[in-house]
Design a protein around this ligand. Structure first.
Ligand SMILES: NC(=O)c1ccc[n+]([C@@H]2O[C@H](COP(=O)([O-])OP(=O)(O)OC[C@H]3O[C@@H](n4cnc5c(N)ncnc54)[C@H](O)[C@@H]3O)[C@@H](O)[C@H]2O)c1
Length: 259
């Protein structure tokens, strides 16, 4: 049986990587999916792929750092599909530098996308989720960097760690509406954020993303990397009825990178 039959899900950062895999899996499990990302072109491909396999999906591009974009995305989901049951705050970006070299712009961007962007989306979804009266699920995407710190990621670690307090507050405020809010903290998932920095071809927002080869090799000596499809399965679990009584928790999905 499909696990998300009749549900409506909004997934940010779903043009590629883990968010794309979430969208495809959710649609396969019966959800109508509103895919959103700051990059519109690859988003359209995701929708095409979902529709080609008989699923329901619509696009609404938006930048999670802009409250008005977040409102537009939630309004569009409600307009197209009638409600919002599930919100996956997955948009994220790394902007790495050692503490003494980190610029204000690098700090601000990482924090604005991962932390404030998540708040922006939850606040924008409030009138549909909280007042909808039909319960709901919010899954915020963090990282083991938010649990154990990480060299070169003071901005990203702080933002991802901040998601834990944010999540527990949503779980407490909205528990009475039947809305569960949890965090997934990933370790190493094979996406453009974890590819070898030295071999990246394209800048993202004016900087190369990725992990320096030496550091990456060290990580891969100790853990088994996940594909985006592997990473999507625990998100489906938290969105499904199987997780009906799990809220305010951090699910560590890291192949033992953090334990
Ligand atoms: N890949 C990993 O190993 C890993 C580990 C821990 C956490 N994460 C987290 O998982 C999430 C997904 O990352 P991924 O690895 O799939 O990376 P990715 O770069 O493949 O996908 C992230 C998506 O977010 C979008 N995005 C970036 N800024 C945005 C903005 N302002 N508004 C809307 N969309 C925006 C990007 O365009 C991109 O499509 C992120 O939150 C990331 O921090 C990833």
């Amino acid at each position: 049986m499909e696990k998300l039959n009749g549900k409506v899900a909004v997934i940010t950062g779903s043009a590629r990587g883990i968010g794309r895999a979430d969208a495809i899996l959710f649609a396969k499990e019966g959800a109508a999916v509103l895919v959103s990302d700051v990059d519109e072109e690859p988003l359209k491909e995701v929708v095409k792929e979902i529709k080609a396999s008989g699923g329901k999906a619509e696009v609404c591009a938006g930048d999670v750092t802009k409250p008005e974009d977040c409102q537009k995305v939630m309004d569009m989901a409600a307009e197209k599909f009638g409600k919002i049951d599930i919100l996956v705050n997955n948009a994220g970006l790394t902007r790495d530098a050692l503490i003494h070299k980190m610029t204000d712009a690098q700090w601000d961007l990482a924090v604005d996308i991962s932390l404030k962007g998540t708040f922006n989306c939850i606040r924008a979804a409030a009138k549909y989720m909280m007042k909808g009266g039909h319960g709901g699920r919010i899954i915020n995407v963090a990282s083991v960097a938010g649990l154990m710190g990480n060299v070169g990621q003071i901005n990203y670690s702080a933002a991802k760690s901040g998601l834990i307090g944010l999540t527990k507050t949503v779980a407490r405020e909205w528990g009475r509406f039947g809305i569960n809010c949890n965090v997934v903290a990933y370790g190493f998932v094979d996406t453009r954020l974890t590819r070898e920095k030295e071999s990246q071809q394209e800048e993202v927002g004016g900087e190369m993303v990725g992990i320096p080869k030496k550091v990456r090799d060290m990580i891969l000596l100790q853990i088994k990397p996940m594909t985006p499809e592997d990473a999507a399965k625990p998100v489906l679990f938290l969105a499904s009825d199987d997780a009906a009584f799990i809220t305010g928790q951090v699910l560590n999905i890291s192949s033992g990178m953090y334990m």
